[in-house]
Design a protein around this ligand. Sequence first.
Ligand code: EPU
Length: 337
Amino acid sequence: MIHSNYNIKHLNSFGLSCTVNKLIEINNEDDLYLINSNPDFLSTKNIILGLGSNSVFVNDYFNGTVLLIKNKGIKIIEEDKDSIIIEAYSGEDWNDLVNFACGNSWGGIENLAAVPSSVGAAIVQNIGAYGQEIKDSFLCCTTYNPQTNQWKEYNNEECKFDYRYSIFKYQTQLEIIWKIRLKLFKKPKLNISYSAIKEKIESEAIEITNPKQMSQLVTQIRNSKLPNPKELPNAGSFFKNPVINQEHFNSLKETYPQIPSYPSLKGVKIAAGWLIEQAGWKGKRVGNVGMHEKQALVMVNYGNAKGEEIVNLAQEIEKSIKNIFNINLEKEVHIIL
Ligand code: EPU
């Protein structure tokens, strides 16, 4: 279906009011012809939208085409006694896929429970939480390029996954991730190493023995500190956790011995939420936007936020983190102009 001058306020979790010139809804392979038969498509800006959980529309008009990917389906491809390969279409809700896997006791994505995302966007972003990333279970994906009308397959290595990154993140050619395959395990080794998980297991004296219990625990932790976009619209972590060099980290550690940090291949990763809290932004509201009172990394929309307010607050925060810690914050959300 093609909609013209369509307001996508209900299609982005930040709840931003934005009218798009064209919105093409893709429910199945047959609908792909709608893209090719739309004369404006190749000559205008275009973006792909899944569940809209990470997209921030900062203008009230988008003069281009939004492709809304809603193709659904999950199936088993093959299995042996240890592992199973499942295929999911990109318009599936990521959490439905996690529940399907955990409900069958297949492990590999249980720590990614309750991440708001479509399956396709989960690959673009290489979603990660509580010590797991989707790249750890990812086998391959099939993409469709509407400009060349070609289908292509990418294996794990070809996606060049990194922290919140894959080659699909900054595309020069528009490629729609159409379906993905994951390899999951029947006797999974659960990862309880992340401190929030360890603390919860210890404080409640519980035992976690299967993926389903793990996904429930992760869901509880997330619900306890991350705002529900349906109640307080937001796009999850607004900034990435920055990576700094060891020397810089050592000098910060002298002044701030409690600074949360994680080892990273490129240096030391710092918790951006902690930096933002230290700089005094946690729970602070500026007009219609603010940084969440329980997780300073999440910007929230108190209602009718304007793109300008989001951009200004982000700039103020970036400036203050630079001044105090000499660290450049990068946005994790996708800003759409
Ligand atoms: N912290 C603070 N103040 C805050 C927030 C956090 O001091 O206001 C401290 C916490 O105490 C902890 C550390 O910062 O020591 C890390 O916090 P948390 O465990 O909440 O995780 P995060 O690093 O802020 C990342 C991801 C989240 C993911 C969590 C859990 C990024 C940008 N964010 O957040 O992903 O759910 O880890 O693994 O990497 C998302 O991408 O949208 C997202 C929510």
